[in-house]
Design a protein around this ligand. Structure first.
Ligand code: ADP
Ligand code: MG
Length: 380
């Protein structure tokens, strides 16, 4: 990760690799989802903030495509017409192809990537990459993209070309993030509302990576699809699990297989937690908001079974150490735990959690601090 800031390091890397100054640049943030886990593909709401950690892309027009990232030595040459290689450069080729698909005449490009968003930790380094690359390459093509076009290009690059079955939350917040604000996004309609979110969050890395358990995530999606089919027989006209009213849960609990009923209960209660969370933030009720995070984690652990021992331990330690709220965020089975604590004691809270974790697991989990940051922007 760049020490001097990714913007400075990005320009320096471009110079070093391609021997000139870049023509265009853009950056986009990682994100953390405060509340609303596994609701995105079930028609429910999510509540992410953009991080103040960003990915910066610099580029110049060129005859072909040559990419370099600070994460890896060397330069990779790619062709636009080839299929995905299972390499990080797939995200960029995916973006180029989607830009071309909407009529953006991208020439070739020499392009560098430097990021302060840790990759694969559940902080959406992938959308930070696709959104910043799309914004930089659109400039090379002299096209101004609307926020909707940018979200769509980045989302299609990842879902259609790279082949990750993701919702649009990551791309939307990477484009629309605003300092000091969370984004309440209704995934069924695309409706967006900004909600005040002052202060900082702490992020603690469980050290486990979700890439190892992609199969579990896929399995949950299949379970949710099956649960929806069964619920549609009970509730005519139902189009998503998030629409199910809380009062229908006892009946669903009696009529669906145990596991599926628990998955439904998570989605339905998580949906109400996001709505209550938005209300709590609007009224400045941080304690109530924190309780919703704890409740959200318990639901992931018990009902959705997408947590892991390390994350459960961090959340339990957080509670004991005086955090107002904590929960595993992201796809699950590892990644990052988000921790809310009063500003003046947050540092001490994190240290207590790290010490408790180290006693049990023999290593100190990495911690980051962040605030709600801004979305995509042009960089000089
Ligand atoms: P997350 O989005 O949670 O960080 P993903 O698995 O969705 O995790 O995306 C991580 C992938 O995105 C990396 O494996 C890599 O292919 C690509 N990526 C992200 N940031 C960079 C970067 N700075 N340089 C090169 N590739 C990156
Ligand atoms: Mg990602």
């Amino acid at each position: 990760m760049a020490k001097q800031g990714p913007r400075h390091a990005g320009r320096a890397l471009f110079h070093e690799v391609f021997g000139s100054a870049p023509e265009v640049g853009a950056s986009a943030p990682g994100r953390v989802n405060l509340l609303g886990e596994h609701t995105d593909y079930n028609g429910g709401p999510v509540l992410p903030i953009a991080l103040d950690r960003r990915t910066v892309v610099y580029a110049r027009a060129a005859p072909g495509f040559r990419f370099a990232s600070a994460l890896e030595p060397g330069v990779i040459e790619r062709r636009m017409d080839e299929g995905p290689l299972g390499h990080w450069s797939d995200y960029l080729i995916g973006v180029v192809r989607q830009l071309v698909a909407i009529g953006c005449e991208v020439p070739g490009a020499d392009l560098t990537v430097v990021s302060a968003v840790p990759a694969g930790a559940g902080l959406s380094s992938s959308a930070a990459l696709t959104v910043s690359a799309a914004a930089a390459l659109a400039q090379l093509a002299r096209r101004r993209l609307t926020p909707e076009e940018l979200i769509d290009v980045a989302w299609r690059a990842e879902s259609e070309y790279v082949g990750v079955r993701c919702g649009r939350m990551d791309q939307t917040i990477a484009v629309c993030g605003r300092p000091g604000m969370a984004l309440a996004l209704e995934t069924a309609t695309g409706q967006r509302r900004m909600v005040p979110f002052a202060g900082s969050v702490r992020l603690l890395d469980s050290g486990l990576r979700h890439a190892l358990v992609a199969g579990e995530y896929e399995h949950r999606r299949i379970e949710c699809e099956e649960a929806l089919r069964r619920c549609q027989r009970l509730i005519p006209g139902l189009t998503s699990l998030a629409e199910i009213p809380v009062k229908a849960l006892p009946r669903i609990g009696r009529l669906l297989p145990r596991t599926l009923a628990r998955r439904v209960r998570h989605v339905v209660t998580e949906t109400t937690r996001v709505r209550e969370g938005v209300d709590a933030l609007r009224r400045g009720r941080r304690t109530r908001f924190g309780e919703l995070l704890y409740a959200g984690h318990a639901s992931l652990r018990r009902d959705f079974e997408s947590s892991c021992e390390e994350a459960d331990a961090i959340v339990a330690l957080a509670r004991k150490s005086g955090a107002t709220g904590a929960r595993l965020t992201g796809a699950g089975w590892g990644g990052v735990v988000i921790i809310l604590a009063p500003e003046r004691s947050a540092g001490a809270v994190v240290e207590r959690i790290q010490a408790g974790f180290a006693r049990r697991f023999g290593r100190i989990p990495q911690a980051w601090e962040s605030r709600a940051g801004g979305g995509v922007r042009i960089e000089r």
